[in-house]
Design a protein around this ligand. Structure first.
Ligand SMILES: NC(=O)c1ccc[n+]([C@@H]2O[C@H](COP(=O)([O-])OP(=O)(O)OC[C@H]3O[C@@H](n4cnc5c(N)ncnc54)[C@H](OP(=O)(O)O)[C@@H]3O)[C@@H](O)[C@H]2O)c1
Length: 268
């Protein structure tokens, strides 16, 4: 008999991309509301620092799982690592993701494929792999997309397309799982002040002047929507207005505007 036989498994909220930005703040909000956590990203040192911060606030120390989710075997390894710690996920937060600014033809092709691996394949793999546990636990899924999901994005074409996929998948799953007591919520932030812009290659001079929402405000809106079982969350009034208006604007008008905006973001 295993030493852990008979003991209830540790129920955790698994948060990907928890080493910085929106994911780190989602982890803080979840911890503050009493959820036990498993934190995933590549940067073990940053995950350890966040786990210490949460433990120092009197919460159980989160499980830290350093993993590169762009690797095809990462999902299976994560499941094994959780099982080895006698933990099961009752909340899955698919937040890890990145963007790249520039014309698709001028950006590195391999890096753009890595983006699709992380933003779409890893999110789908984790969702499908954890669904049986989540159904058994009457759990919840939070997928982080973007307002970029609601329009084509010349100058960040692959990134916008990956986020359209995340919204489509999440909303379809929320309907499929309606009778199962698992809820699926998609969080669609607009510009948020995190490491995202530097990673995407935005012009450094522009970065300082870019207005963005605070990552904690985005995380709190996401948590509230997740726990309410809402299908889609667009945090921030301006983002809400933009997303509501987009269906009425023809793509023939939108495409040059977005292309111009992204060209400015890339800088000289
Ligand atoms: N900031 C915005 O303006 C904005 C707007 C809309 C949507 N979003 C979305 O919000 C989500 C979080 O981004 P953020 O703004 O918080 O950016 P961020 O600060 O750059 O955080 C990205 C997170 O993803 C992790 N990550 C990146 N590559 C990974 C990989 N291969 N394997 C595992 N983890 C990886 C990073 O950790 P490591 O580097 O340690 O692996 C980090 O924890 C993303 O899905 C992004 O598309 C952001």
């Amino acid at each position: 008999m295993s030493p852990q036989a008979g003991r209830a498994p540790r129920r955790v909220a698994l948060v990907t991309g928890a080493s910085s930005g929106i994911g780190a703040d989602l982890a803080r909000v979840l911890a503050r509301h009493g959820h036990d956590l498993a934190l995933v990203a590549r940067s073990r040192d940053r995950l350890d620092a966040l786990a210490d911060e949460i433990a120092n606030a009197g919460r159980p120390r989160p499980i830290v799982l350093a993993a590169d989710l762009a690797r095809p075997d990462a999902c299976a390894r994560l499941r094994e690592a959780l099982a080895a710690r006698d933990a099961v996920a009752d909340i899955l937060v698919n937040n890890a993701g990145f963007g790249l600014v520039g014309a698709a033809a001028s950006l590195d092709a391999a890096e753009q494929i890595e983006m699709t691996d992380l933003n779409m394949r890893a999110l789908t793999q984790l969702t499908l792999a954890f669904l049986p546990d989540l159904i058994a636990a009457r759990g919840r899924i939070l997928n982080v997309a973007s307002v970029a999901a609601f329009l084509p994005g010349p100058g960040m074409a692959v990134y916008y397309a990956t986020k359209a996929y995340v919204v489509s998948l999440s909303e379809a799953l929320s309907a499929e799982l309606m009778g199962s007591s698992v809820t699926v919520t998609v969080l669609c932030p607009g510009v948020t002040s995190t490491g995202f812009q530097a990673r995407a290659g935005f012009d450094r001079a522009l970065l300082k002047a870019m207005p963005g929402m605070n990552a904690m405000d985005v995380a709190e809106a996401g948590y509230k929507g997740l726990m309410a079982g809402r299908r889609r969350i667009v945090p921030g009034l301006l983002n809400k207005i933009m997303v509501a208006m987009l269906p009425f604007v023809p793509n023939a008008w939108l495409l040059p505007v977005v292309a111009h905006l992204q060209a400015r973001r890339r800088g000289p």
